[in-house]
Design a protein around this ligand. Structure first.
Ligand SMILES: C[S@@+](CC[C@H](N)C(=O)[O-])C[C@H]1O[C@@H](n2cnc3c(N)ncnc32)[C@H](O)[C@@H]1O
Length: 286
């Protein structure tokens, strides 16, 4: 497979999210499955973030989880690679009346958080794929997230899932097989790297997806351990019509969300979502 220049990849991701703009705010709200994904991510925050915690949010985007962190009583340093996403973050967080929780906003690349000190934060959040946008430097990204958090403090992150995406986006996989040949889609299945078919400069969405076991190995290699892991999502990806029917009934929806969270933690479901959601901590001060 062709090797890709890291800086060109990062620049392509920045351009993609600058252009995607407000679409990123809609991503977790526009469909029932998106709302399930939002709820699973929100619940993981609620499980680990306590009032008064100082949190570094990396790849914060337009701020859905900045608002949630504020609601949990955290103080947040908001960062992103995309200047447009940072501006949207300021607007949406102000609109939600949560700006008092934001200590600062800054441009930052997850691979290089050297503006922040070792163990400076009580927790770090990197939801929606910052580690997936680090490509070959995903290990550096995990290492930096673990470094800035006090020992034992959680890093809460989600990455794109290779197997879940293969299943969920099968029509797209068939299209890629036709355009690029089955060897190319086999390579994506084995490396998770979409840059062969969505190269930097094409304006398409590019990222590196992971299998759960690969992500765990990456975390261990960086001196971290996994505190919690779940798919996002699982049962809710199967049938949009059935999901819409469930959502229309508040009692059934509440029950379904609890069941979904339980199913998503099963080992047999971990690789089945479009995303892998994890809570990490480092073993000791490095
Ligand atoms: C899919 S959005 C997720 C936004 C938000 N965290 C959420 O879950 O709703 C991914 C965000 O990560 C940012 N991002 C991409 N590559 C990054 C990198 N290398 N370092 C930091 N942020 C990055 C993008 O600009 C974008 O705002």
């Amino acid at each position: 497979m062709a090797s890709h220049d890291h800086e060109a990849s990062v620049e392509a991701v920045r351009s993609y999210f600058d252009a995607f703009g407000e679409g990123e705010w809609e991503r977790l709200a526009e469909s029932p499955a998106g709302r399930v994904s939002f709820e699973l991510h929100r619940r993981l925050l609620a499980r680990f973030v306590r009032p008064g915690m100082r949190v570094l949010e990396v790849g914060a985007g337009p701020g859905r989880f900045t608002v949630e962190l504020a609601a949990l009583g955290a103080r947040v340093v908001v960062t992103d690679l995309s200047p447009v996403q940072l501006e949207l973050n300021a607007a949406h967080v102000a609109e939600a009346g949560a700006e008092q929780a934001v200590e600062a906003r800054a441009l930052a690349d997850v691979c290089d958080l050297n503006a922040y000190g070792t163990a400076e934060f009580d927790a770090a959040v990197a939801y929606g794929g910052p580690i997936s946008y680090a490509f070959d430097r995903a290990g550096d990204a995990v290492g930096e997230l673990l470094r800035v958090v006090a020992p034992g403090g959680p890093v809460l992150a989600s990455v794109m899932s290779t197997l879940g995406a293969y299943r969920q986006f099968l029509p797209g996989v068939v299209g890629l097989m036709r355009s690029y040949g089955p060897d190319a889609t086999d390579r994506i299945l084995h490396t998770g790297d979409l840059r062969e078919t969505q190269p930097p400069g094409s304006g398409q969405h590019l990222c590196r997806m992971f299998r759960h076991a690969e992500l765990v190995a990456l975390v261990h290699a960086q001196g971290g351990r996994v505190l919690d892991a779940l798919a996002s999502n699982w049962g809710s990806l199967a049938d949009p019509e059935a999901l819409a029917e469930l959502e229309a009934d508040p009692a059934l929806w509440a029950r379904f969300l609890d069941n979904e969270e339980e199913c998503c933690r099963e080992p047999g479901a971990l690789d089945g979502g479009t995303h892998l959601l994890v809570a990490l901590a480092r073993y000791a001060v490095r």
